[in-house]
Design a binder for this molecule. Structure first.
Ligand code: AP5
Length: 215
């Protein structure tokens, strides 16, 4: 059983570590960013509403996010826990999540907070590439594919996320500092916060996470 949240600025490595954590602890990965991107791709009403905010590097309004996550957490595969990535992102979202967990007789086990310098974040975001077909993540310098522009796993084409341009990435970091960073204090107070040096190499960081959560 693991109920956890990944917290950290854009490019901190949340999605990258999530892939390893869910495999180890056998819980679903719930990324609100991925849910929105899927909806945008499929042209749903939700996708249409979320798109303009995301492309500008702004947060999608709370009312479009909170119920969506609550519904997701009620699905059967969350009975053994979950790993939330990109949610909560405002104090309001965190309060709503706590209320929901309490109503369901649950509580958050741990909030994994990744600390990374802004300079590193910008390099990571602008260098990130994602496979169009399977969604696998790469970085043109840190985690390059064997063949440029091609996914190692499925041979799909790699693309850059629309919000990973220099201007939008910088705005996302600013929005994080203003609206999401206050969650660090919120979870410190609740006793759930665990801090990590997000600049560590991937495996080293993952080992520290496992040491903290337990086997
Ligand atoms: P979302 O998809 O959640 O994006 P984000 O939080 O900005 O985070 P990223 O996915 O950019 O970064 P990450 O920390 O996962 O980094 P990654 O592991 O890929 O949200 C997108 C948008 O959706 C938001 O702007 C907002 O509009 C909306 N949204 C989503 N949730 C919302 C909510 N709850 N409320 C309102 N709006 C919401 O790593 C980045 C790169 O670095 C990769 O290339 C990777 O290979 C590399 N890397 C990672 N770790 C390391 C390492 N240790 N060493 C070297 N390189 C590394």
């Amino acid at each position: 059983m693991l109920r956890a949240v990944l917290l950290g600025p854009p490019g901190a490595g949340k999605g990258t570590q999530a892939v390893r954590i869910i495999e180890k602890y056998n819980v679903p990965h719930i990324s609100t960013g991925d849910i929105f991107r899927k909806n945008i791709k499929e042209g749903t009403e939700l996708g249409k509403k979320a798109q303009e905010y995301m492309n500008a590097g702004q947060l999608v309004p709370d009312e479009l996010v909170v119920d969506l996550v609550k519904d997701r957490l009620l699905q059967d595969d969350c009975s053994n826990g979950f790993l939330l990535d990109g949610f909560p992102r405002t104090i309001f979202q965190a309060e709503q999540l706590d209320k929901f967990l309490e109503e369901n007789g649950q509580k958050m086990d741990i909030v994994l907070n990744f600390n990374v310098k802004n300079e590193t974040l910008m390099k990571r975001l602008t260098g990130r590439r994602i496979c169009k077909s399977c969604g696998a993540g790469y970085h043109i310098v840190n985690i390059p594919p064997k063949q440029e522009g091609i996914c190692d796993k499925c041979g799909g084409e790699l693309e850059q996320r629309k919000d990973d341009t220099e201007e939008t990435a910088a705005n996302r970091i600013k929005v994080y500092d203003e609206q999401t960073a206050p969650l660090i204090g919120y979870y410190k107070e609740s006793g759930a916060l665990a801090d990590f040096d997000g600049e560590l190499p991937l495996d080293e960081l993952f080992n520290k996470i496992v040491e903290t959560i337990g086997e």
